[in-house]
Design a protein around this ligand. Sequence first.
Ligand code: PLP
Length: 492
Amino acid sequence: MFTLPQKDSGTPTTSPGSVSTQGLHSNRGDGLEREGSRKPDQKPLKLYGVGDPTAMFFSDSPYLSSRGSTIKWFWDSAEEGYRTYHMDEYDEDENPSGIINLGTSENKLCFDLLSRRLSQSDMLRVEPSLLQYPDWRGHLFLREEVARFLSFYCRSPAPLKPENVVVLNGCASLFSALATVLCEVGEAFLIPAPYYGAITQHVYLYGNVRLVCVYLESEVTGLETRPFQLTVEKLEMALAGANSEGVKVKGLILINPQNPLGDVYSPGELQEYLKFAKRHELHVMVDEVYMLSVFEESVGYHSVLSLERLPDPQRTHVMWATSKDFGMSGLRFGTLYTENQDVATAVSSLCRYHGLSGLVQYQMAQLLRDRDWINQVYLPENHARLKAAHTYVSEELRALGIPFVSRGAGFFIWVDLRKYLPAATSEEEMLLWRRFLDNKVLLSFGQAFECKEPGWFRLVFSDKTHRLRLGMQRVRRVLEGKSQVAEDAPSC
Ligand SMILES: Cc1ncc(COP(=O)(O)O)c(C=O)c1O
């Protein structure tokens, strides 16, 4: 979770008339209650915002450079919820009244399958080449395996090539490396918001690259639209707005499936966004870190690598990692696929600092090549467990009469708690978040995703039943007003 100050600027939008909103809890689960629509007296939302990550920076250290102080400040200011959580983590036996974490996007459902597979004898190999300096792009045997893996699971029209693959320690590093090699200091990427907020620091800490938020709205404004829908019109307006402020935009970030919306883009939408980028000579970083976590069969997921032709292959860079789809966020394995050899080489050069141990590279190659295990054991079971957990939480939310957005991909539900805020402000959103935390359940609040409508929360459901049940009981207690709120506690 990352709360970032943003110096927002943007031209006011005209308020488009609402044609229709979807009924609450439609079959696709992407509906929103009508009461959630914007009221006539509400302020129009901003169209875009140029991020200034250090706008509220104030803690200089005498021991650090100004850059070091800024980097430290990001750490200090970001993770209050997680600090509190780590001091009081729930444990069924040791700390049953500890905090349940429904805030971190991790899949905790398949540890049994993974530990069994990763403990098999074929996983450990120690040979000189694995202990020596590697090719910084990654060992060829692994890049070959990644190319085969992505060709198969992304359904690429032609086999993908190992020379276009770079492997490193996760998508966070990849954002950081790509931002550094694609942009000058102070330049920016467009990103549809709400978005996974940590990207702000990923692109900023080393690269000093900023984000221009393309604000999306929950209101459904047309027959063929859905809440928080990205359109080319919105991208054009944000780009023009940033340009008018003298901000040089170098690229666009797309997350598909999206975090926190769980939305997936159709091939037609993908083509439109990529063509927009090509028109303006923008790079596109496509983050597909949840591509195998689409658990709803009716959702047709299409990787950008499945497109027959990329409008601008030299400026399209695709990311994937095992952190989400294989529930191994601690292992740190990520991969870049790009046809642009300058970009691949520049990122590889940075892999000297972001590389993987030879032993892990070997393990990952073994894992990715085991198609029988992936297709017959891991994916079906993982999807069934994700679906069951998702069903449980969405039914709880329905019982509480809470609207939400979720399409059957990812580990989270984007929950509309606006009706629980006495006023539609970020301060009230924080108060509600704190009330959850005081009642020992950690959620992520909308501001952390640069959501412009206070009252949205991300709730992660990919956890074991007993924790999920207890977490939802605590959520219910807060929402039904039965909680012990901090402000109510007697002062001593
Ligand atoms: C959309 C998205 N991209 C990237 C990451 C970070 O991935 P990694 O753990 O591989 O660095 C996350 C983590 O939550 C994410 O949600």
